[in-house]
Design a protein around this ligand. Structure first.
Ligand code: B3K
Ligand code: ZN
Length: 876
C-alpha cells in the first residue's frame, strides 16, 4: 500500500486548477486487448490561479506511455516525470499544445472504471476518476473542455461507434476497419466523457423540443433485447417533456443516446448525450420485468436525463459538491415519478427507503454530511446520504420557498451558472437571491451529519381555547462532529377535530409550515374549540426522527381520517410498530404476546370492505413496517425476536380478517391484466392479500400461490408467488425454482431475480444454498449484477442468516469482500458497508464482526476503496 493510496483529500485544501484545457481532441484505435489513445490538448495557464508553477501535473493510472510532444516537439524522458498516478511535465509555457499517445487494455479492466469490455462491446465509465485510466489528463470536474473524438475499429466487431455530442463524420479504412468522429460543443469535465463500440441494435424515435428543435432518440442494446426497449424510450420522452414543463429545461444536442450494458458498477451514467446504463434500468417487457422494474426504469432514465442541466450544463467544482448534482437530481426525479404515478405512494416509498437505509448510514461510523469535509476514495461517497438526504434537503428548500419561489431560484441558478463548475453554496445563493431571503442557518444541513431528533409535547388550554406545541431539537454525535448547531427545520402540521375534520388554522388553511430554528420553541394555535389530534410532520417535511407519544386511539383516529396521505400511512405504521415491539418484549420475557387492538382490526376491516380509489396507496396503508426498518429502531437488534414478533402480528392480522383477505385476493386477481396504472395498483394490493393469507402457511393458500405461479402472464405475479414459496422448509418449493430457472435461463436479468430470491430465503440452510449458488455455472464474480443478486442480497436483505449467532454469515461476506477486491474494488467496498453497523448488535456479534473487519484490513494488497470503509467502520 503506497502513501498516495491512503491519502485523505480535504475540502479546505481546494485550490483552483493551475492550467485549463480549452480543447481536447482524442483519437482511439480500438481493440479489446490493445487500444491506442492519442490525445491533443490545448492547454493554457488559468488566469484565476495566482501560482506560476513551472510544472503541469496530469493524472493517469494503469497506462502505458508511447510518446509525448509539446507544440510538435517530442519530449525525451528528462523532460517529464512519470509516477504510478501522475505525469509531470516541466518548463511548461503559458499556452501550448500537448500530444500524448498511450496504450490501454480494456479486457483486463475488471474494475469497470475507464474503458472496458462488457460482453463483446467496449464502453466507458469515467465518473468519478475513470478518465485517468484512459489517458493522462487534468481529471477534475472544474476543468471543462470541448471534445472532438474519432474512433477507429474493426467494422465487423464494432459496427457501431458512439461518443458524446453530435455525429460529425465517418469513413472506411483498409483491413476491414472504419472510423466515426463526434463533436461535443458543450465544454464538459472529463468525468462526462463516454465512448461505446459494439455490434448493437438500435430503437430510434424522435422528440420535438419546446422551441421546435428536432432531436433523434436512440436506445442501443444487444440484438436479442430490442423487443424490451419500448418502455425506456417512452420514459425518455416523458422525462424530456416533464423537464420542459416543470423546470423550463430544454435539450440541447441533435441526438440523445442510451446504451444498455451488462457489466456496470451502478445504475446508469449521465455522460453528455450518451448515457450508459446498466441493462437492469433499460430492458423491460411484462413477461420479464416486474411493475417495480418498470417504475425504476422510468425513474432512472429521468434521473440521467435531468442531469443534462443539473450536473452537465452546471457541474460540480470538486467532488465534495457531489450532492449539488445528485441531491438536486434525485429531488427532480422524485417529482417526476410522483407526477407520472401517485404522489402519495411515491412519497411513502421514498421516506421508507430514507428512514430504513439512510438513517442507518447516518447513525453509524460511515455517517458524513451531504457535503463531506474529506475523503480517501470518492467512489465511497456515492451514498444514500449524498443522494437521498441530499434530495430531502432540496425538498425542504422547496417547502420553505413554495413551488413558484423554488422555480424562480432554479431558473436563476441555471442562468447564472450555465457552463460553470460550482458549489452547493452557489446553489443556495441563487435560491436566496431570487427570493430575497437568507438561508444561513439552513446551510447547517450541508455541513452537519446525523439525523436530528425532534421531541414534541402538546398542551390544550380549554379556557383560552389554545393549543400549544413545544418542540425540542438535538442531533446525535457523528464521527468528527461532537457538537452541532441548531438546524432550521420546516415542520408541516395540521389539526383534526373529533370527527376527523381538518381544523382551519388562520387564513383558512388547514396545513401550515412552522420553522423550527431554536433548540426549544413553542407554537400556539388560537380558537381551537376542543382538544384536537395533531398531525405533525405532514408529507415528512424534514428528514428528522420525530418523537411524539400519542395514545393508540389517536393514532388510529389519524389512520382513519388524516387528509395528509403520508401521515395517514404513518399513523398506521406507528400503531403496527408499537404492536410488534410490544411483542418483541413479550418474546424476550417469555410472556404471552399482546393481542391486536380491536380498533386496529376494525380500521383494517373497514378499508378491506370498502376499498379506496388508490389501491397502490391502500396496499401501503395495510402493509406491516419492514423488519429492516424496525431493526433500525431497536437499540440492540434482536433479530430472532423481531422475526418472530413480526410474523406473529402478521399472522394475527391474517387470521382476524382472513375471509376479507381472500375475497379481496379473488376480486383483484386477474391473470391477464395489463400494465396500466390501475392494473399495477390492483396487483400490488392483490399480492399483499396473498402475503397476509400465506402467513397461515396452510395448504389452501399454498395452492393459491402455486396456481398464481402456474398461470402467471407477467413477472410481477410470477415472482410474487415464487417469493411466497421461498421461505417454506417443505421440499415443495424446489420444483418451482427449477421451473423458473428452466423458463428464464437465457434472460440474465430474470436469472438475477432467481439468485436474489434464494439469497434472501429464511430457510434454515440458506447460507449453504448461497454458497452453492456461487458454484452455479451462471454465477460470475466479474458481473456486478450477479454479485449483487447473490452476495449483496445475502448481506443486506437476509439479516436472519447474515447475523447467524456463530458468525458464519459475517465470515462468508468477509471472504467474498476479499475475493472481490482483487477484481472490482468499487463493488467490494459497497459490500463492505454491510459490516459497518456492528454497534447495533449484541456484544458477542460485535466481536465476530470486528474480527472480520480486522481480517479484511490486514490483507495485502487491499484497495483504498475497501481499506477506507473497514478503517472507518472499525474506528467507531
Ligand atoms: N453520476 C452517476 C454515478 C457515478 C458513480 C461513480 N462511482 C450516476 C448518477 O447518479 O446519475
Ligand atoms: Zn445522478
Amino acid at each position: 500500500m503506497s502513501d498516495t493510496q491512503q491519502k485523505t483529500i480535504y475540502l479546505k485544501d481546494y485550490t483552483v486548477p493551475e492550467f485549463l484545457i480549452s480543447h481536447t481532441t482524442l483519437h482511439f484505435n480500438l481493440s479489446a486487448d490493445d487500444t491506442v489513445v492519442r490525445s491533443k490538448l490545448s492547454i493554457q495557464r488559468n488566469p484565476a490561479c495566482k501560482k506560476a508553477s513551472p510544472n503541469l501535473t496530469l493524472m493517469g493510472e494503469d497506462l502505458e506511455l508511447i510518446s509525448i510532444a509539446i507544440d510538435g516537439q517530442e519530449l525525451s524522458s528528462e523532460d517529464y516525470t512519470l509516477n504510478e498516478q501522475t505525469l509531470t511535465i516541466t518548463q511548461s509555457a503559458d499556452e501550448f499544445i500537448l500530444e500524448i499517445s498511450n496504450r490501454i487494455n480494456p479486457v483486463s479492466n475488471t474494475a469497470l472504471s475507464g474503458l472496458y469490455e462488457s460482453k463483446k462491446m467496449l464502453c466507458t465509465q469515467c465518473e468519478a476518476e475513470g478518465f485517468r485510466r484512459i489517458t493522462w489528463y487534468l481529471d477534475r470536474p472544474d476543468v471543462m473542455s470541448v471534445f472532438d473524438v474519432t474512433m477507429e475499429a474493426d467494422i465487423n466487431l464494432y459496427p457501431v461507434l458512439l461518443s458524446n455530442g453530435n455525429r460529425a463524420d465517418s469513413g472506411t479504412l483498409d483491413n476491414n476497419k472504419h472510423w466515426v468522429s463526434w463533436q461535443d460543443p458543450f465544454p464538459k469535465p472529463s468525468y462526462l466523457f463516454a465512448l461505446v463500440a459494439g455490434d448493437l441494435a438500435c430503437l430510434t424515435d424522435s422528440f420535438t423540443t419546446c422551441s421546435n428543435q428536432h432531436v433523434k432518440l436512440e436506445v442501443y442494446v444487444e440484438e436479442h433485447d430490442l423487443d424490451k426497449t419500448q418502455h425506456a424510450m417512452q420514459s425518455l420522452k416523458n422525462a424530456m417533456r416533464w423537464d420542459e414543463e416543470a423546470f423550463g429545461r430544454e435539450y440541447d444536442l441533435d441526438v440523445y443516446m442510451i446504451v444498455a450494458v451488462s457489466h456496470f458498477n451502478m445504475g446508469a451514467m449521465e455522460n453528455k448525450g450518451l448515457n450508459v446504463f446498466n441493462t437492469k434500468y433499460v430492458l423491460a417487457s411484462e413477461k420479464t420485468a416486474t411493475d417495480t422494474d418498470f417504475e425504476n426504469i422510468e425513474a432512472v432514465i429521468g434521473h440521467e436525463y435531468f442531469h443534462n442541466w443539473s450536473g452537465n450544463r452546471v457541474t460540480c467544482r470538486d467532488w465534495f459538491q457531489l450532492s449539488l448534482k445528485e441531491g438536486f437530481t434525485v429531488f427532480r426525479d422524485q417529482q417526476f415519478t410522483a407526477h407520472q404515478t401517485s404522489n402519495a405512494v411515491k412519497r411513502i416509498k421514498d421516506v421508507n427507503m430514507l428512514r430504513t437505509h439512510q438513517f442507518a448510514e447516518d447513525a453509524g461510523p460511515l455517517s458524513h454530511p451531504i457535503r463531506p469535509d474529506s475523503f480517501v476514495e470518492i467512489n465511497n461517497f456515492y451514498t444514500l446520504t449524498i443522494y437521498e438526504k441530499g434530495a430531502e434537503v432540496v425538498r425542504m428548500l422547496h417547502t420553505l420557498l413554495g413551488n413558484a419561489g423554488f422555480r424562480k431560484g432554479c431558473d436563476l441558478y441555471f442562468e447564472r451558472h450555465d457552463g460553470q463548475a460550482v458549489t452547493t453554496d452557489d446553489f443556495v445563493k441563487a435560491l436566496e437571491d431570487a427570493n430575497d431571503t437568507d438561508f444561513t442557518q439552513f446551510k447547517n444541513w450541508y455541513k452537519q451529519a446525523g439525523t436530528p431528533v425532534v421531541d414534541v409535547s402538546t398542551e390544550y388550554n380549554a379556557n383560552e381555547k389554545t393549543y400549544t406545541l413545544t418542540f425540542e431539537q438535538h442531533c446525535p454525535v457523528t464521527p468528527g462532529q461532537a457538537t452541532k448547531d441548531n438546524f432550521l427545520i420546516p415542520i408541516s402540521i395540521g389539526l383534526l377535530d373529533e370527527s376527523g375534520q381538518e381544523i382551519p388554522l388562520g387564513d383558512g388553511q388547514t396545513t401550515v409550515v412552522l420553522a423550527l430554528t431554536d433548540s426549544e420553541q413553542r407554537f400556539t394555535f388560537d380558537n381551537i374549540n376542543a382538544k384536537p389530534t395533531p398531525s405533525i410532520l405532514r408529507s415528512f417535511s424534514a428528514p428528522i426522527q420525530l418523537n411524539h407519544a400519542l395514545p393508540i386511539a389517536q393514532k388510529i383516529h389519524l389512520f382513519q381520517h388524516d387528509s395528509d396521505t403520508f401521515n395517514r400511512w404513518e399513523a398506521g405504521q406507528n400503531t403496527l410498530s408499537q404492536l410488534i415491539f410490544d411483542s418483541v418484549e413479550a418474546i424476550q420475557n417469555k410472556q404471552t404476546l399482546p393481542s391486536l387492538p380491536d380498533a386496529l382490526i376494525e380500521a383494517f376491516r373497514s378499508i378491506l370492505q370498502q376499498p379506496l380509489n388508490d389501491l397502490a396507496y391502500q396496499a401501503l396503508l395495510l402493509s406491516l413496517p419492514s423488519k429492516a426498518y424496525l431493526a433500525e429502531q431497536m437499540i440492540v437488534i434482536d433479530i430472532d425476536a423481531l422475526y418472530q414478533a413480526h410474523h406473529a402480528v402478521k399472522k394475527a392480522l391474517s387470521a382476524a380478517l382472513s375471509p376479507l383477505w381472500l375475497s379481496n385476493y379473488n376480486a383483484y386477481h386477474q391473470v391477464d391484466a395489463g400494465i396500466t396504472a390501475q392494473d399495477i395498483a390492483q396487483r400490488s394490493f392483490k399480492n399483499l392479500c396473498l402475503d397476509y393469507l400465506m402467513a397461515q402457511q396452510d395448504a389452501a393458500t399454498v395452492t393459491l400461490c402455486t396456481a398464481q405461479f402456474d398461470a402467471a402472464q407477467n413477472m410481477t405475479d410470477q415472482i410474487a408467488a415464487l417469493s411466497q414459496l421461498n421461505h417454506t422448509e417443505s421440499p415443495q418449493s424446489a420444483p418451482y425454482f427449477d421451473a423458473f430457472y428452466q423458463q428464464w435461463q437465457t434472460e440474465d436479468l430474470v436469472i438475477d431475480k432467481w439468485f436474489a430470491l434464494q439469497a434472501c430465503s429464511e430457510k434454515s440452510n440458506a447460507l449453504d444454498d448461497v454458497k452453492r449458488l456461487l458454484q452455479h455455472p451462471d454465477f460470475d464474480m466479474k458481473t456486478p449484477n450477479r454479485v449483487r443478486s447473490v452476495i449483496s442480497t445475502f448481506a443486506m436483505a437476509n439479516p436472519l442468516h447474515f447475523n447467524a449467532a456463530d458468525g458464519s454469515g459475517y465470515a462468508f461476506i468477509a471472504d467474498n469482500i476479499i475475493a472481490l477486491d482483487a477484481i472490482n474494488p468499487q463493488v467490494a467496498a459497497r459490500l463492505a458497508n454491510s459490516l459497518s453497523r456492528w454497534k447495533k448488535l449484541d456484544t458477542q456479534r460485535q466481536q465476530l464482526v470486528k474480527q472480520q473487519l480486522s481480517r479484511i484490513q490486514s490483507q495485502t494488497p487491499l484497495s483504498k476503496d475497501v481499506l477506507e470503509i473497514v478503517t472507518r467502520s472499525l474506528a467507531a
